[in-house]
Design a binder for this molecule. Structure first.
Ligand code: INS
Length: 344
């Protein structure tokens, strides 16, 4: 069975997914594309030599009966409308983060999906598919370090653009930890507080950098997450879980160890696209395979998209107030509970 994809948004990540589905993965095919910039859609079809219809907008693409899956890689604020329309049409959806820019928007997607009576949506939180995180989760699930008590994590980028402001650190960057950390320890968030250390000279006026997030879970785990997006030295993702009986750490990205000029060294990457390249491939292949196998995607759900949106709003509020802010999630519908079991 070949899953036929219609792509909404042919920007950078849209093209990368098109390339991997067309040239690297198996079981998927691009049959339709659209973009608000029609030239970009046309160029993409040419570049990747796709046998795909170019539609003027997402509505027309969703209505194409040859489209099984709508791949949403447009601008974040446009996601909700496309996802709801696709779900209402009974199509599968793979949506890049954010699922919607507000928690209310994510809830509308959740409700539309529950009305269809089966899971249709997967959110592009690719870190769960990174080998290192998967191994770390396994170690915790096997009780090898006892109950987790604390997490020390860091998310560092070498530099960011002028339009990256203080809230972007939550919405674009911390959002990855927001998704992966509760999944890692199988717990839910309770509160968040933000501390701003002395600001680096390398950050522009509208960006507080670095930032330190202290997140508490319902189960009492305290997570300390540093976001530092002008760290200069490279792209660096760290995660250390402190348990009752030991400590487990995310493996470093593999690099040749060099002995040269009186130095022992390994390389540090500079670009997030390389750091999670494999995770992106595994993520989309798993999406295709699980639909072929069980008729439903088995990765991060709309409910995970909702958790991310609520948590991200609380983090932004905490940036503004300096206080400890509650993270108040609605009760998880039974519809999404199977997901927890599958991921454990
Ligand atoms: C990017 C991407 C990266 C993250 C960056 C963010 O959009 O999500 O993984 O490290 O901070 O700007």
């Amino acid at each position: 069975m070949i899953l036929r994809f219609g792509v909404v948004g042919t920007g950078a990540i849209g093209r990368e997914h098109i390339n991997r589905i067309t040239n690297k993965l198996s079981g998927g095919k691009i049959v339709a594309v659209t973009d608000v910039n029609q030239d970009s859609a046309k160029q993409t079809v040419e570049t990747y030599q796709l046998d795909a219809v170019i539609y003027p907008d997402d509505k027309a693409l969703i209505a194409d009966e040859n489209v099984d899956v709508v791949l949403v890689t447009s601008w974040g604020p446009a996601h909700e409308e496309t996802v709801v329309a696709a779900v209402e049409a009974g199509k599968y959806v793979f949506c890049e983060k954010p699922l919607a820019t507000t928690a209310a928007g994510c809830m509308r997607i959740v409700e539309a999906e529950m009305k269809q009576g089966k899971k249709l949506v997967q959110v592009g939180f690719m870190r769960r598919y990174d080998t290192g995180y998967a191994q770390l989760k396994q170690v915790i699930a096997n009780n090898e370090i006892g109950e987790p008590l604390m997490i020390h994590a860091a998310h560092r980028n070498p530099t960011v653009g002028e339009n990256y402001v203080t809230e972007t650190a939550v919405q674009d960057t911390l959002i990855h930890e927001i998704d992966v950390l509760h999944w890692l320890v199988n717990d839910d968030y309770k509160t968040v507080q933000v501390t701003f250390p002395r600001k680096t000279k390398n950050a522009h006026g509208k960006l507080q950098d670095p930032q330190l997030f202290t997140i508490e879970t319902i189960g009492g785990i305290v997570m300390n997450v540093e976001v530092f997006v002008n760290c200069k030295y490279g792209y660096d993702i760290q995660c250390e879980v402190v348990g009752e009986d030991g400590i487990a750490k995310l493996p470093e990205f593999p690099s040749v160890v060099m002995r040269k000029s009186e130095q022992l060294s390994t390389n540090i990457l500079n670009d997030w696209k390389y750091r999670f390249m494999d995770a992106y491939n595994v993520e989309i292949q798993d999406f295709i395979d699980s639909i072929a196998k069980s008729g439903e995607p088995e990765g991060p759900t709309s409910w995970d998209g909702y958790i991310a949106a609520v948590t991200s709003d609380a983090c932004v509020k905490a940036q503004q107030t300096g206080e400890k802010e509650p993270i108040s999630l609605q009760e998880r519908p039974a519809f999404y509970s199977e997901h927890i079991l599958q991921n454990n």
